[in-house]
Structures are given as structure tokens and as C-alpha cells.
Write a protein that binds this ligand. Structure first.
Ligand SMILES: *[C@@H]1O[C@H](CO)[C@@H](O)[C@H](O)[C@H]1NC(C)=O
Ligand SMILES: *[C@@H]1O[C@H](CO)[C@@H](O)[C@H](O)[C@H]1NC(C)=O
Ligand SMILES: *[C@@H]1O[C@H](CO)[C@@H](O)[C@H](O)[C@H]1NC(C)=O
Ligand SMILES: *[C@@H]1O[C@H](CO)[C@@H](O)[C@H](O)[C@H]1NC(C)=O
Length: 385
């Protein structure tokens, strides 16, 4: 290429000179000199074109059909949409959130996209319910992905055959009720957003179990018109009582919502949470323990202001507050009876796509580690897992 350009310029140069000095006789020696250059330049360009063609042909022989003079791999859409092969990266939260907020403006995908559910586990360390989850995911490769945020001091040792193998994301210390907890949730969302195939995002903890088989969970979530973010307006001291007037005008008392931390949201809402810089500073400063617990209010309130029409205003995760106190009930080995699941799975009523249904929960917490064996026994019968 280079030499061909040289040749063109060589060819142009004399012509300009002739035009600029028509009356002066041109010395014969100089003309010969220019002709020699012209011939050399021409020769060089022919050689280079031949070389380029040869390289092109060689590449075709290797199975690459594109003409490539610059030795680069051709860009295919597959390489732009492939999920990261290694979940570990060196981006800090600013880098990560910025990258995760990329959104295509053309809404129809020019390729076959298998929308996936991202299961995001927010844990301290081990996953005691792992064997049950392994059963749950088995046979559904390609329509789910898994992300785990644990304390940075914890080193996971899942075997290569596990669905949890190398699914840890770069994590930081997070504490219940504090903004560091929401930071961890945003970090999970941002990492999951890097895979363009993830369409729905479910937040789970180590004490969560599935209540239905994968097919039912996938169908329930993918066909829902709404995202399952619990959000309600509670008048008492634990609801509106936690609102701080300093949050206005971004958040007024009438906007204030409370709800379960455990959500399922779609890609649009996930991007909104990751990109937020309007509500984040208000909640970080004015929703702090023990007056306020930010994981029960921040996303719930923010999404109610921005996209109320996309929220189901209920959570998919069953939790029992009926025993009272600051923490929900934990279920152990002795609780795992058919009767227990009948209560959660049948004796309920809620709306699904505006229709009444008794299938309201797809997950449950908090399940103690000692309940695992009983669960594995009963799961085929009552959970279809
Ligand atoms: C992330 O790193 C960049 C520099 O690489 C820095 O400017 C930015 O403040 C960092 N952000 C956080 C949240 O640490
Ligand atoms: C999932 O559960 C439903 C209802 O319990 C059942 O009809 C279906 O066959 C199950 N699917 C699989 C793949 O086991
Ligand atoms: C809060 O109230 C103020 C004053 O009435 C209004 O300007 C603002 O838009 C409200 N904020 C929201 C999020 O509704
Ligand atoms: C959820 O609540 C918001 C108001 O907070 C409302 O606009 C929306 O319609 C509710 N969603 C459903 C499915 O009823």
C-alpha cells in the first residue's frame, strides 16, 4: 500500500512541475531521472499488490474468507457479544458500572439471542444448599448464569464439575443494613450485565432454596409483565418513619417505599440501578442504621419513582416474619415437611400478570444448613427437583 501511494505521488509530481514552468526547457538528465523513478515506483506497487493478493489467498486456504491486508482477525458479532470467559477482572466499581451501563439503541437483536436468567448469590462464604441448586440447574445449560459475591477473605473451592466453579466476582466487605450491602448488589448486577444474554436478574442468599423446578421458574419469570421488586407504602415507624426530609426533592415522603431485599428485575431496571447517581448519595447519607436500613428502601423507592408501571410490588422469595423480631424465622431439619411446603406453595394468593394465582413464590429463605438432607429427600416429590 505504502509503495503504491509513493508511486502515485511520484507520478503526480512531475506533471505539476511541467505545468508551473511551461516556457523553460526541461533538462534531459532530470527527465530520465524522473522516468526511472516512475518505473521503479510502478514496479514496487505491482509487487506489493501481488503480495497482498497472495496473503489474501493464504488466509482463504486457512478457512478465513475475508480479504485481510492488515493481519487482523475479522470482527464478527459473536466476538462482540461473547460473555467474559473469566469473571475476575481489575476494574474498580467506577470502571465496572460505567462499562455495565452500555445499552444498545437498536432494540432488535441481529442474531439469535437466548435470554438467560442471572442467579446472583450474595453470600458470606460457603453455599450450604449447593447440592440442591446443582440438581435445580442440571440440564438447563445455556439459559442461566451464576454470579457469587462473598466476603473477600473467603476462598471458594468448588470442583470443576460444579455449576458454581469459577463464578465468583471481585468482592468487597458488605454489612447488613448499610450501603456496602447495596454496593455489593450493584456489583453483582454490573458483572451480570456484562453478559448481553442475561435478561433477568435474581438476587439470592446462601440460605435460599428453589421452590419449583427450573422450567417453571424460567417460564414464570420470562413471561411476567412485571419485575418482582417488593415495594409498599407502610405508614408506621418501620415504614414512613424511616424517611428523612433531607432526601427531598429527589425523594418525597409520598415516594418512600419499603420492601424485601430479595428481588428479580429485568435488564432495563438493572441498568437503572447500576447507572444511578441521583438517589444513591441521598440514601447513603440519610438512610443509615439504626434509623433506616438501606437495603429495604433504596432500590424499592428509586424504581417506584422511575418505573412504577414495571413493578409487581411483591417479592418471589418467601420469608416468614410471623414469629416477630428483627430477623425472619430460620427453618431447620424439623421444619422440612410436606405440610410446610403446602403452606408456601398452595395457601397463597397474589396477582400474576393481573390475574389471581396461588403460585406466588419461586424461592424461600431462611433455610438452615442442617435442613439439607431432609430437603434432598423431599425435593423430588414436593418441589419437582
Ligand atoms: C477507579 O480508578 C480510577 C483510576 O483508574 C479512579 O479515577 C477512580 O476514582 C476509581 N474509582 C473508585 C470507586 O475507586
Ligand atoms: C417441572 O414441574 C412441572 C410441574 O410440577 C412438571 O409438569 C414438569 O414436567 C417439570 N419439568 C421438569 C423438566 O422436570
Ligand atoms: C418532590 O416534591 C417536589 C415539590 O413538590 C417536586 O418538585 C419533586 O418533583 C418531587 N419529587 C418526586 C421524586 O416526586
Ligand atoms: C406497583 O405500585 C406502583 C405504585 O407504587 C403502581 O403504579 C403499579 O401499578 C403497581 N404495580 C402493579 C402490578 O400493580
Amino acid at each position: 500500500m505504502q509503495s503504491r501511494m509513493v508511486a502515485l505521488e511520484e507520478g503526480k509530481e512531475p506533471a505539476t512541475q511541467f505545468r508551473n514552468s511551461p516556457s523553460r526547457p526541461f533538462p534531459l538528465g532530470l527527465l530520465k531521472f524522473f522516468l526511472l523513478f516512475l518505473v521503479l515506483g510502478f514496479g514496487a506497487s505491482i509487487v506489493s499488490m501481488y503480495m497482498i493478493r497472495r496473503f489474501g489467498i493464504q488466509n482463504m486456504a486457512l478457512g478465513q474468507s475475508t480479504f485481510m491486508p492488515c493481519f487482523e482477525q475479522p470482527t464478527r458479532v459473536e466476538s462482540l457479544i461473547r460473555p467474559p470467559s473469566n469473571l475476575m477482572h481489575n476494574m474498580n466499581d467506577s470502571d465496572l458500572f460505567w462499562r455495565a451501563s452500555f445499552v444498545p439503541r437498536i432494540k432488535s437483536y441481529p442474531f439469535k439471542r437466548n435470554p438467560k436468567i442471572a442467579f446472583m448469590f450474595l453470600t458470606k462464604g460457603p453455599l450450604p444448599m449447593q447440592p440442591l441448586w446443582e440438581r435445580f440447574f442440571k440440564g438447563h445449560e445455556g439459559v442461566y448464569s451464576i454470579y457469587i459475591h462473598s466476603l473477600p477473605s473467603y476462598t471458594a473451592d468448588f470442583s470443576p464439575s460444579s455449576v458454581f466453579y469459577r463464578r465468583q466476582i471481585p468482592s468487597q466487605v458488605s454489612e447488613w443494613g448499610k450501603m456496602s450491602m447495596c454496593d455489593a448488589e450493584r456489583r453483582l448486577l454490573a458483572n451480570a450485565l456484562l453478559d448481553i444474554s442475561n435478561e433477568w436478574f435474581v438476587l439470592l442468599s446462601e440460605s435460599c432454596i428453589p421452590l419449583q423446578n427450573f422450567s417453571i421458574v424460567y417460564r414464570y419469570i420470562s413471561r411476567s409483565w412485571y419485575s418482582f421488586m417488593g415495594a409498599f407504602d407502610e405508614p408506621g415507624p418501620y415504614g414512613r418513619g424511616r424517611y428523612d426530609e433531607n432526601m427531598a426533592p429527589e425523594v418525597n415522603l409520598s415516594n418512600w417505599r419499603k420492601g424485601s431485599q430479595w428481588f428479580e428485575i429485568n435488564r432495563e431496571l438493572a441498568v437503572r440501578i447500576v447507572e444511578d447517581d441521583a438517589y444513591y448519595p441521598k440514601f447513603k447519607e440519610f438512610c443509615v442504621p439504626h434509623a433506616c436500613y438501606v437495603d429495604e428502601h433504596y432500590f424499592q423507592t428509586m424504581l417506584t419513582i422511575q418505573t412504577p408501571h414495571l413493578l409487581a410490588n411483591r417479592s418471589l422469595t418467601y420469608v416468614d416474619w410471623s414469629r416477630g423480631g428483627a430477623h425472619p424465622a430460620t427453618f431447620g431439619r424439623e421444619d422440612i415437611k410436606e405440610q410446610f411446603f403446602k403452606k408456601i406453595l398452595e395457601d397463597q394468593s397474589c396477582l400474576y400478570n393481573n390475574q389471581p394465582t396461588s403460585l406466588c413464590f419461586l424461592f424461600a429463605r431462611k433455610i438452615a444448613p442442617n435442613a439439607l438432607d431432609a430437603l434432598l429427600d423431599i425435593a423430588p416429590k414436593v418441589l419437582g427437583i
